[in-house]
Design a protein around this ligand. Structure first.
Ligand SMILES: *[C@@H]1O[C@H](CO)[C@@H](O)[C@H](O)[C@H]1NC(C)=O
Ligand SMILES: *[C@@H]1O[C@H](CO)[C@@H](O)[C@H](O)[C@H]1NC(C)=O
Ligand SMILES: *[C@@H]1O[C@H](CO)[C@@H](O)[C@H](O)[C@H]1NC(C)=O
Ligand SMILES: *[C@@H]1O[C@H](CO)[C@@H](O)[C@H](O)[C@H]1NC(C)=O
Length: 408
């Protein structure tokens, strides 16, 4: 089932509500169809006996490689032919027995949970990749030298590792996302063993590590499906990139809909790359975090496709960020006709921008209830990005803290 009608209803941590509609397109005939392994589209196949659970993929145009992360193993395949063993390289990244025992002792399944599942595989710089694995429910990150496809080791020969908490999930089945932006890692994941403390976390690079505020439930049992780095500063030739934004896509419990129980909603959330964190209660917390609802429903009767499954972000040209289109694949929490129906909805950057600058709601710290904000919007607007970072962001930060305090 295909739908291209969409609305954007925005919310923030501090949350918006604007509704926008786009074009409707009901012709869902595929433009191209090929049977599997058709002569004109021969399939190339890679598999290794005993290799389980492919958990990450990185298509690298810089070196024409396809990198694969699996259970305790990584592969580098040459795009010229991913099937030729001569062109393949591999890394084994095992979990030490002591870690596996610990994992099992804490009640996890030794044969399922207590391995190193590679969940993050990203380019770090022109010569290195960044990799994180669940490491038997003890997330761990490392660097890979892409030239010889090997884990970076210290002088003693040991693998140089970093704590992967708040970057990589503990549970290999948890849906997380991560993206590298200019040497900084932005991750949407969980920060604890139990898996009930969701987080959007920035680390690596030079700036302070920043995260979402847990006590305010900025995130409500999210299931992340993707993230995107939009370089708004490119056309301006601004090397600092303060206007750049990182977007996250996920579904979560729709706690603002108190008239329905267990309503799932899909979200687009964003933070600014120039965010330096706030003051007092907002130290090391985002001051620019905003989220909005992605509404995808049938044009005729409004039947909702409320659970986002994937998001493809198409920017026609890196400098042309304003013409970015967000294509989401959605399913529904409810049934209609044939079960398992799904929809594709597209959202333009214009709609997203409008939602993020429209009316918003705020959350009351004590009751955890959302209220539409009906007073004059403070200046600078909560969550707004400022290119005059040093003066204005400080002021803005203060506003946000005041603003949060008002809800107390
Ligand atoms: C890994 O793959 C095996 C075999 O397909 C499957 O049984 C197992 O559940 C997978 N493990 C995880 C953590 O997804
Ligand atoms: C991994 O690489 C080693 C060394 O090149 C090679 O001997 C081995 O066959 C490779 N393993 C797989 C599964 O390709
Ligand atoms: C890339 O990062 C690695 C790991 O930090 C570092 O050793 C290497 O020098 C960097 N390469 C470049 C070209 O900056
Ligand atoms: C990466 O590997 C190449 C080839 O082995 C080596 O020449 C280079 O020094 C390595 N880079 C680092 C930062 O270790």
């Amino acid at each position: 089932m295909g739908v291209a009608l969409l609305w954007l209803q925005a919310l923030t941590v501090l949350l918006v509500s604007v509704v926008r509609t786009a074009a409707t397109e009901n012709d869902v005939t595929p433009r191209l169809t090929f049977p599997y392994n058709a002569k004109e589209r021969a399939t190339r196949h890679f598999s290794v006996p005993g290799l389980l659970n492919f958990t990450s993929l990185l298509l690298s145009k810089e070196d024409n490689m396809l990198y694969l992360g699996a259970r305790e193993a990584l592969f580098a395949l040459d795009l010229a032919d991913i099937t030729t063993p001569r062109l393949q390289r591999n890394i084994t990244w095992n979990t030490p027995a002591s870690k596996r025992d610990e994992c099992s002792f804490k009640g996890k399944d030794l044969q399922k949970d207590c391995f190193n599942y590679i969940k993050i595989l990203l380019r770090y710089n022109s010569t290195h990749l960044y990799v994180c694995g669940t490491y038997a429910f003890s997330p761990t990150c490392a660097y890979i030298n892409a030239t010889d496809f090997s884990l970076v080791r210290g002088s003693g020969g040991e693998i140089v590792t970093e704590d992967g908490r708040s970057r990589c999930p503990f549970n290999p089945e948890y849906k997380s996302t991560a993206i590298m932006a200019d040497g900084e890692l932005y991750a949407g994941t969980v920060s604890n063993f139990q898996g009930n403390e969701p987080i959007i976390y920035k680390s690596l690079g030079h700036g302070t590590a920043l995260k979402t505020e847990n006590s305010l439930n900025w995130l409500q049992e999210p299931s992340f499906v993707g993230s995107a780095y939009i370089q708004e500063s490119l056309p301006k030739g601004n090397p600092v990139g303060d206007d750049d934004k990182i977007y996250f896509f996920f579904s979560e419990a729709g706690k603002e809909f108190d008239f329905f129980d267990n309503t799932i909603v899909s979200r687009i959330a964003r933070v600014c790359k120039g965010d330096k964190g706030g003051e007092r209660v907002l130290q090391k917390k985002w001051t620019t975090f905003l989220k909005a609802q992605l509404l995808c429903s049938l044009p005729d009767d409004g039947f909702p496709f409320n659970i986002i499954q994937d998001m493809f972000v198409l920017t026609p040209h890196p400098e042309d960020w304003r013409n970015t289109v967000f294509y989401g694949v959605f399913t529904s929490q409810w049934y209609k006709g044939a079960s398992g129906s799904s929809a594709v909805c597209s959202f333009t950057m214009d709609q997203v921008e409008k939602a993020f600058s429209g009316r918003y709601r705020e959350v009351n710290r004590d009751t955890q209830q959302w209220y539409t904000y009906n007073h004059p919007v403070p200046e600078p607007r909560p969550g707004a990005v400022s290119s005059r970072v040093h003066t204005s962001l400080a002021k803005h930060t203060q506003r946000v803290s005041e603003y949060l305090r008002r809800g107390q």
